[in-house]
Design a binder for this molecule. Sequence first.
Ligand code: GLU
Length: 423
Amino acid sequence: MPTSRIPLEQELNPWVAAEARFNEAALRLGLNDGLCKVLRTPAREITVNIPVQLDDGRLEVFTGYRVQHSIARGPAKGGVRFAPDVTLDEVRALAAWMTWKCAVVNIPFGGGKGGVICNPQVLSEAELERITRRYTAEILPFIGPEVDVPAPDMNTNEQIMAWIMDTYSMHVRQTTTAVVTGKPLALGGSRGRPEATGRGCLFVTREALKRLGLPVEGSRVVIQGFGNVGSMSAKLMAREGFKIVAVIEVDGAIYNSNGLDIPELLKHRKTTGSITGFAGAEAIDPAEALFLECEVLLPGAKENVITSQNAGRIRTRALCEGANGPTTALADHILASQGVFVIPDILANAGGVTVSYFEWVQDRQGYFWNEQLVNERLEEIMVNSFRDVVGYVDKHGVNNRIAAYMLALDRVASVIKLRGIYA
Ligand code: GLU
Protein backbone atom coordinates (compact mmCIF):
# COMPACT_ATOMS: atom_id res chain seq x y z
CA MET A 1 0.00 0.00 0.00
CA PRO A 2 1.46 3.42 -0.88
CA THR A 3 2.54 5.28 2.25
CA SER A 4 0.13 8.14 1.60
CA ARG A 5 -2.85 5.78 1.79
CA ILE A 6 -2.03 4.18 5.14
CA PRO A 7 -5.16 4.76 7.27
CA LEU A 8 -4.47 7.12 10.14
CA GLU A 9 -5.32 4.53 12.80
CA GLN A 10 -2.60 2.26 11.42
CA GLU A 11 0.01 4.98 11.29
CA LEU A 12 1.21 4.29 14.80
CA ASN A 13 1.70 0.55 14.27
CA PRO A 14 5.51 0.10 14.00
CA TRP A 15 5.15 -2.92 11.73
CA VAL A 16 3.14 -0.80 9.27
CA ALA A 17 5.88 1.86 9.44
CA ALA A 18 8.58 -0.73 8.80
CA GLU A 19 6.64 -2.29 5.90
CA ALA A 20 6.01 1.07 4.21
CA ARG A 21 9.73 1.86 4.05
CA PHE A 22 10.59 -1.72 3.07
CA ASN A 23 8.11 -1.63 0.18
CA GLU A 24 9.41 1.64 -1.16
CA ALA A 25 13.05 0.50 -1.02
CA ALA A 26 12.26 -2.91 -2.54
CA LEU A 27 10.37 -1.25 -5.39
CA ARG A 28 13.27 1.10 -6.11
CA LEU A 29 15.70 -1.82 -6.13
CA GLY A 30 13.42 -3.82 -8.41
CA LEU A 31 13.59 -6.89 -6.14
CA ASN A 32 11.40 -9.75 -7.30
CA ASP A 33 8.28 -10.70 -5.34
CA GLY A 34 9.58 -14.02 -4.03
CA LEU A 35 12.75 -12.50 -2.64
CA CYS A 36 10.70 -9.69 -1.10
CA LYS A 37 8.57 -12.25 0.71
CA VAL A 38 11.68 -13.92 2.12
CA LEU A 39 13.23 -10.61 3.13
CA ARG A 40 10.19 -9.17 4.86
CA THR A 41 8.88 -12.24 6.70
CA PRO A 42 10.30 -12.92 10.17
CA ALA A 43 12.13 -16.26 10.22
CA ARG A 44 10.86 -17.21 13.67
CA GLU A 45 8.46 -15.75 16.23
CA ILE A 46 8.43 -17.17 19.73
CA THR A 47 5.75 -16.37 22.31
CA VAL A 48 6.23 -17.55 25.88
CA ASN A 49 3.89 -17.28 28.85
CA ILE A 50 5.99 -17.32 31.95
CA PRO A 51 4.73 -17.97 35.47
CA VAL A 52 6.56 -15.91 38.07
CA GLN A 53 6.06 -15.75 41.81
CA LEU A 54 5.72 -12.16 43.06
CA ASP A 55 7.24 -11.01 46.35
CA ASP A 56 3.86 -11.16 48.12
CA GLY A 57 3.51 -14.82 47.22
CA ARG A 58 0.99 -14.39 44.40
CA LEU A 59 1.60 -16.16 41.10
CA GLU A 60 1.49 -14.05 37.95
CA VAL A 61 1.85 -15.04 34.29
CA PHE A 62 3.80 -12.70 32.01
CA THR A 63 3.88 -12.88 28.23
CA GLY A 64 7.20 -12.52 26.42
CA TYR A 65 8.31 -12.58 22.79
CA ARG A 66 11.47 -13.19 20.85
CA VAL A 67 11.30 -12.53 17.13
CA GLN A 68 14.19 -13.56 14.90
CA HIS A 69 13.56 -11.61 11.75
CA SER A 70 16.58 -12.77 9.80
CA ILE A 71 19.56 -15.03 10.31
CA ALA A 72 20.83 -14.75 6.74
CA ARG A 73 23.93 -12.67 7.57
CA GLY A 74 24.70 -14.24 10.94
CA PRO A 75 23.15 -14.87 14.36
CA ALA A 76 20.00 -12.88 15.15
CA LYS A 77 20.97 -9.80 17.18
CA GLY A 78 18.94 -7.32 19.15
CA GLY A 79 17.73 -6.12 22.49
CA VAL A 80 15.04 -7.21 24.91
CA ARG A 81 12.61 -4.59 26.23
CA PHE A 82 10.43 -4.68 29.30
CA ALA A 83 7.31 -2.51 29.09
CA PRO A 84 3.59 -2.77 29.86
CA ASP A 85 2.60 -1.92 26.28
CA VAL A 86 4.90 -4.31 24.35
CA THR A 87 3.11 -5.90 21.38
CA LEU A 88 4.11 -8.62 18.95
CA ASP A 89 3.84 -6.17 16.02
CA GLU A 90 6.20 -3.81 17.82
CA VAL A 91 8.75 -6.55 18.54
CA ARG A 92 8.41 -7.77 14.95
CA ALA A 93 9.15 -4.30 13.58
CA LEU A 94 12.04 -3.80 15.97
CA ALA A 95 13.48 -7.18 14.92
CA ALA A 96 13.25 -6.22 11.25
CA TRP A 97 14.91 -2.89 12.00
CA MET A 98 17.79 -4.80 13.64
CA THR A 99 18.26 -6.81 10.41
CA TRP A 100 18.46 -3.63 8.36
CA LYS A 101 20.57 -1.84 10.98
CA CYS A 102 23.20 -4.60 11.14
CA ALA A 103 23.31 -4.63 7.34
CA VAL A 104 23.70 -0.83 7.12
CA VAL A 105 26.78 -0.96 9.35
CA ASN A 106 27.85 -4.20 7.68
CA ILE A 107 28.36 -6.32 10.80
CA PRO A 108 27.82 -10.10 10.51
CA PHE A 109 24.48 -10.37 12.26
CA GLY A 110 20.85 -10.84 11.37
CA GLY A 111 18.10 -9.16 13.35
CA GLY A 112 16.08 -10.10 16.39
CA LYS A 113 14.21 -8.48 19.23
CA GLY A 114 12.58 -9.55 22.45
CA GLY A 115 10.02 -8.08 24.76
CA VAL A 116 8.25 -8.94 27.98
CA ILE A 117 4.92 -7.35 28.86
CA CYS A 118 5.53 -6.08 32.39
CA ASN A 119 5.85 -2.81 34.24
CA PRO A 120 9.37 -2.57 35.67
CA GLN A 121 8.30 0.47 37.70
CA VAL A 122 6.15 -1.62 40.00
CA LEU A 123 8.41 -4.68 40.13
CA SER A 124 11.09 -5.27 42.75
CA GLU A 125 14.65 -6.20 41.80
CA ALA A 126 13.98 -9.79 42.88
CA GLU A 127 10.82 -10.00 40.74
CA LEU A 128 12.70 -8.59 37.74
CA GLU A 129 15.38 -11.21 38.23
CA ARG A 130 12.83 -14.04 38.33
CA ILE A 131 11.06 -12.72 35.19
CA THR A 132 14.40 -12.40 33.38
CA ARG A 133 15.60 -15.86 34.33
CA ARG A 134 12.32 -17.61 33.47
CA TYR A 135 12.05 -15.72 30.15
CA THR A 136 15.63 -16.74 29.36
CA ALA A 137 14.91 -20.36 30.29
CA GLU A 138 11.88 -20.41 27.95
CA ILE A 139 13.75 -19.00 24.93
CA LEU A 140 16.95 -20.90 25.77
CA PRO A 141 16.74 -23.47 22.93
CA PHE A 142 16.63 -20.58 20.46
CA ILE A 143 19.49 -18.36 21.71
CA GLY A 144 23.26 -18.78 21.84
CA PRO A 145 26.45 -17.06 20.65
CA GLU A 146 26.01 -18.51 17.15
CA VAL A 147 22.21 -18.45 17.13
CA ASP A 148 20.68 -15.32 18.64
CA VAL A 149 22.41 -12.81 20.92
CA PRO A 150 20.14 -10.58 23.05
CA ALA A 151 21.16 -7.17 24.43
CA PRO A 152 19.70 -4.29 26.44
CA ASP A 153 16.84 -2.15 25.16
CA MET A 154 14.16 -0.07 26.87
CA ASN A 155 14.02 -0.75 30.64
CA THR A 156 16.66 -3.46 30.54
CA ASN A 157 20.25 -2.96 31.67
CA GLU A 158 23.63 -4.54 32.45
CA GLN A 159 22.27 -6.39 35.47
CA ILE A 160 19.51 -8.00 33.42
CA MET A 161 22.10 -9.03 30.81
CA ALA A 162 24.18 -10.58 33.62
CA TRP A 163 21.15 -12.66 34.70
CA ILE A 164 20.53 -13.78 31.09
CA MET A 165 24.19 -14.77 30.79
CA ASP A 166 24.14 -16.65 34.09
CA THR A 167 20.87 -18.50 33.36
CA TYR A 168 22.11 -19.61 29.94
CA SER A 169 25.50 -20.61 31.36
CA MET A 170 23.92 -22.68 34.16
CA HIS A 171 21.88 -24.62 31.60
CA VAL A 172 24.74 -25.32 29.20
CA ARG A 173 27.09 -25.97 32.14
CA GLN A 174 29.78 -23.55 31.06
CA THR A 175 30.23 -19.80 31.33
CA THR A 176 29.16 -18.46 27.95
CA THR A 177 29.69 -14.73 27.95
CA ALA A 178 29.04 -14.28 24.21
CA VAL A 179 25.36 -15.30 24.53
CA VAL A 180 24.39 -11.73 25.35
CA THR A 181 25.92 -8.25 25.00
CA GLY A 182 25.68 -5.09 27.06
CA LYS A 183 26.99 -6.98 30.10
CA PRO A 184 28.90 -5.47 33.03
CA LEU A 185 32.62 -5.06 32.33
CA ALA A 186 33.51 -7.70 34.91
CA LEU A 187 31.43 -10.31 33.06
CA GLY A 188 32.87 -9.85 29.60
CA GLY A 189 31.26 -6.53 28.75
CA SER A 190 33.01 -4.11 26.42
CA ARG A 191 34.50 -0.79 27.29
CA GLY A 192 32.52 1.96 25.63
CA ARG A 193 29.29 -0.08 25.33
CA PRO A 194 27.14 2.09 27.65
CA GLU A 195 28.05 5.23 25.66
CA ALA A 196 28.08 3.52 22.25
CA THR A 197 24.64 4.49 20.92
CA GLY A 198 25.12 8.12 21.97
CA ARG A 199 28.63 8.19 20.57
CA GLY A 200 27.36 6.80 17.27
CA CYS A 201 24.70 9.55 17.21
CA LEU A 202 27.44 12.12 17.71
CA PHE A 203 29.52 10.75 14.81
CA VAL A 204 26.67 10.70 12.30
CA THR A 205 25.34 14.09 13.40
CA ARG A 206 28.79 15.56 12.84
CA GLU A 207 28.79 14.09 9.32
CA ALA A 208 25.29 15.45 8.68
CA LEU A 209 26.26 18.96 9.73
CA LYS A 210 29.30 18.79 7.45
CA ARG A 211 26.99 17.89 4.59
CA LEU A 212 24.65 20.77 5.50
CA GLY A 213 27.57 23.20 5.78
CA LEU A 214 26.80 23.91 9.46
CA PRO A 215 29.40 24.17 12.26
CA VAL A 216 29.31 21.87 15.27
CA GLU A 217 30.29 24.67 17.64
CA GLY A 218 27.17 26.33 18.94
CA SER A 219 24.71 24.20 16.96
CA ARG A 220 21.51 23.93 19.02
CA VAL A 221 20.35 20.46 19.99
CA VAL A 222 16.98 19.44 21.43
CA ILE A 223 16.97 16.01 23.10
CA GLN A 224 13.72 14.10 23.64
CA GLY A 225 14.10 11.29 26.16
CA PHE A 226 16.89 11.25 28.71
CA GLY A 227 17.52 7.54 29.15
CA ASN A 228 20.73 5.86 28.02
CA VAL A 229 20.61 7.12 24.44
CA GLY A 230 19.44 10.69 25.14
CA SER A 231 21.68 11.35 28.12
CA MET A 232 24.84 9.86 26.57
CA SER A 233 24.24 11.73 23.31
CA ALA A 234 23.75 14.96 25.26
CA LYS A 235 26.89 14.43 27.32
CA LEU A 236 29.12 13.59 24.36
CA MET A 237 27.65 16.25 22.04
CA ALA A 238 28.02 18.98 24.69
CA ARG A 239 31.66 17.98 25.15
CA GLU A 240 32.16 18.36 21.41
CA GLY A 241 30.82 21.95 21.32
CA PHE A 242 27.14 21.41 20.53
CA LYS A 243 24.74 23.53 22.60
CA ILE A 244 22.10 21.31 24.22
CA VAL A 245 19.31 23.87 24.58
CA ALA A 246 16.47 21.62 25.70
CA VAL A 247 15.77 18.21 27.19
CA ILE A 248 12.28 16.74 27.09
CA GLU A 249 11.17 13.95 29.41
CA VAL A 250 7.81 12.37 30.27
CA ASP A 251 7.46 14.44 33.43
CA GLY A 252 8.60 17.82 32.06
CA ALA A 253 10.96 19.74 29.79
CA ILE A 254 13.77 22.19 30.50
CA TYR A 255 15.38 24.93 28.40
CA ASN A 256 18.44 27.15 28.44
CA SER A 257 19.24 29.21 25.33
CA ASN A 258 22.93 29.28 26.33
CA GLY A 259 23.09 25.51 26.55
CA LEU A 260 22.39 23.22 29.51
CA ASP A 261 25.25 22.10 31.74
CA ILE A 262 24.82 18.38 31.04
CA PRO A 263 27.17 16.98 33.74
CA GLU A 264 25.32 19.12 36.33
CA LEU A 265 21.95 18.04 34.92
CA LEU A 266 22.99 14.39 35.22
CA LYS A 267 23.95 14.97 38.87
CA HIS A 268 20.60 16.68 39.51
CA ARG A 269 18.72 13.80 37.91
CA LYS A 270 20.69 11.28 39.95
CA THR A 271 19.80 12.96 43.24
CA THR A 272 16.19 13.95 42.49
CA GLY A 273 15.20 11.25 40.00
CA SER A 274 13.97 13.84 37.48
CA ILE A 275 15.24 16.56 35.14
CA THR A 276 12.58 18.96 36.40
CA GLY A 277 13.55 21.58 38.97
CA PHE A 278 17.07 21.87 37.56
CA ALA A 279 18.46 25.25 38.64
CA GLY A 280 20.37 25.89 35.41
CA ALA A 281 17.28 25.98 33.20
CA GLU A 282 13.71 27.21 32.88
CA ALA A 283 10.78 24.82 32.74
CA ILE A 284 8.94 24.73 29.41
CA ASP A 285 5.85 22.95 28.14
CA PRO A 286 6.96 19.43 27.10
CA ALA A 287 4.22 19.33 24.44
CA GLU A 288 5.71 22.41 22.75
CA ALA A 289 9.42 21.73 23.26
CA LEU A 290 9.63 19.41 20.25
CA PHE A 291 8.90 22.40 18.02
CA LEU A 292 11.76 24.62 19.21
CA GLU A 293 13.94 26.00 16.47
CA CYS A 294 17.23 24.08 16.45
CA GLU A 295 19.90 22.60 14.24
CA VAL A 296 19.54 19.06 15.62
CA LEU A 297 16.51 17.30 17.08
CA LEU A 298 17.35 13.98 18.70
CA PRO A 299 14.45 11.74 19.76
CA GLY A 300 16.10 9.17 22.02
CA ALA A 301 13.31 7.14 23.56
CA LYS A 302 10.24 5.61 21.95
CA GLU A 303 8.46 5.08 18.66
CA ASN A 304 5.92 7.50 17.17
CA VAL A 305 7.21 10.81 18.53
CA ILE A 306 6.95 12.53 15.15
CA THR A 307 3.69 11.73 13.38
CA SER A 308 1.48 13.21 10.66
CA GLN A 309 -0.17 15.20 13.46
CA ASN A 310 2.91 17.18 14.51
CA ALA A 311 5.59 16.82 11.81
CA GLY A 312 4.50 20.09 10.16
CA ARG A 313 5.58 22.00 13.27
CA ILE A 314 9.10 20.57 13.54
CA ARG A 315 11.72 23.31 13.06
CA THR A 316 15.05 21.51 12.95
CA ARG A 317 17.66 21.28 10.20
CA ALA A 318 18.66 17.72 11.07
CA LEU A 319 16.83 14.88 12.80
CA CYS A 320 19.05 12.28 14.47
CA GLU A 321 16.91 9.24 15.31
CA GLY A 322 18.53 7.91 18.46
CA ALA A 323 15.38 5.89 19.18
CA ASN A 324 14.00 3.12 16.99
CA GLY A 325 11.03 4.21 14.89
CA PRO A 326 10.50 7.72 16.32
CA THR A 327 9.08 8.94 12.99
CA THR A 328 6.03 7.41 11.31
CA ALA A 329 6.01 6.71 7.59
CA LEU A 330 3.44 9.46 6.98
CA ALA A 331 5.59 11.96 8.87
CA ASP A 332 8.58 11.10 6.63
CA HIS A 333 6.90 12.84 3.72
CA ILE A 334 6.10 15.95 5.72
CA LEU A 335 9.66 16.24 7.01
CA ALA A 336 11.00 15.76 3.48
CA SER A 337 8.83 18.59 2.18
CA GLN A 338 10.28 20.81 4.92
CA GLY A 339 13.82 19.92 3.92
CA VAL A 340 14.71 18.25 7.25
CA PHE A 341 17.89 16.17 6.92
CA VAL A 342 16.88 12.85 8.49
CA ILE A 343 19.53 10.53 9.87
CA PRO A 344 17.35 7.41 9.97
CA ASP A 345 17.28 5.17 13.05
CA ILE A 346 18.81 2.17 11.30
CA LEU A 347 21.92 4.30 10.78
CA ALA A 348 21.76 6.87 13.60
CA ASN A 349 21.45 4.49 16.54
CA ALA A 350 23.58 1.66 15.11
CA GLY A 351 26.49 2.56 17.40
CA GLY A 352 24.96 0.42 20.14
CA VAL A 353 24.79 -2.80 18.17
CA THR A 354 28.18 -2.05 16.59
CA VAL A 355 29.86 -2.05 19.99
CA SER A 356 27.74 -5.09 20.88
CA TYR A 357 29.43 -6.73 17.92
CA PHE A 358 32.81 -5.68 19.33
CA GLU A 359 31.77 -7.14 22.70
CA TRP A 360 30.81 -10.46 21.09
CA VAL A 361 34.11 -10.55 19.19
CA GLN A 362 36.09 -9.81 22.38
CA ASP A 363 34.19 -12.48 24.34
CA ARG A 364 34.88 -15.07 21.66
CA GLN A 365 38.54 -14.08 21.51
CA GLY A 366 38.90 -13.82 25.26
CA TYR A 367 40.94 -10.69 24.61
CA PHE A 368 39.69 -7.26 25.57
CA TRP A 369 40.32 -3.94 23.88
CA ASN A 370 40.96 -0.57 25.46
CA GLU A 371 38.32 2.12 25.14
CA GLN A 372 40.27 4.14 22.60
CA LEU A 373 40.34 1.20 20.20
CA VAL A 374 36.60 0.59 20.67
CA ASN A 375 35.80 4.24 19.97
CA GLU A 376 38.12 4.49 16.96
CA ARG A 377 36.64 1.40 15.36
CA LEU A 378 33.12 2.64 16.11
CA GLU A 379 33.89 5.98 14.49
CA GLU A 380 35.27 4.31 11.38
CA ILE A 381 32.15 2.15 10.98
CA MET A 382 29.68 4.99 11.64
CA VAL A 383 31.40 7.44 9.29
CA ASN A 384 31.76 4.84 6.52
CA SER A 385 28.13 3.77 6.92
CA PHE A 386 26.96 7.38 6.75
CA ARG A 387 28.92 7.76 3.51
CA ASP A 388 27.51 4.49 2.13
CA VAL A 389 23.96 5.73 2.79
CA VAL A 390 24.63 9.13 1.27
CA GLY A 391 26.15 7.31 -1.72
CA TYR A 392 22.76 5.62 -2.28
CA VAL A 393 21.03 9.01 -1.94
CA ASP A 394 23.23 10.46 -4.65
CA LYS A 395 22.99 7.42 -6.90
CA HIS A 396 19.25 6.78 -6.65
CA GLY A 397 17.84 10.23 -5.87
CA VAL A 398 15.94 8.99 -2.81
CA ASN A 399 15.73 10.38 0.73
CA ASN A 400 18.16 9.27 3.43
CA ARG A 401 15.81 6.74 4.99
CA ILE A 402 14.94 4.97 1.76
CA ALA A 403 18.64 5.03 0.85
CA ALA A 404 19.52 3.30 4.13
CA TYR A 405 16.83 0.66 3.52
CA MET A 406 18.04 0.15 -0.06
CA LEU A 407 21.61 -0.35 1.12
CA ALA A 408 20.45 -2.82 3.78
CA LEU A 409 18.11 -4.74 1.49
CA ASP A 410 20.82 -4.96 -1.16
CA ARG A 411 23.25 -6.45 1.35
CA VAL A 412 20.81 -8.98 2.82
CA ALA A 413 19.39 -9.91 -0.61
CA SER A 414 22.83 -10.59 -2.05
CA VAL A 415 23.63 -12.96 0.84
CA ILE A 416 20.33 -14.81 0.39
CA LYS A 417 21.00 -15.17 -3.34
CA LEU A 418 24.49 -16.54 -2.68
CA ARG A 419 23.30 -18.97 -0.02
CA GLY A 420 20.26 -20.11 -2.01
CA ILE A 421 17.11 -21.54 -0.48
CA TYR A 422 17.57 -24.80 1.40
CA ALA A 423 14.90 -27.35 0.61
N1 GLU B 1 18.70 -2.35 21.65
C1 GLU B 1 19.72 -1.75 20.86
C2 GLU B 1 19.20 -1.43 19.47
O1 GLU B 1 18.03 -1.28 19.27
C3 GLU B 1 21.01 -2.55 20.85
C4 GLU B 1 20.89 -3.92 20.30
C5 GLU B 1 22.16 -4.74 20.44
O2 GLU B 1 23.15 -4.23 20.91
O3 GLU B 1 22.11 -5.92 20.05
O4 GLU B 1 19.95 -1.23 18.55
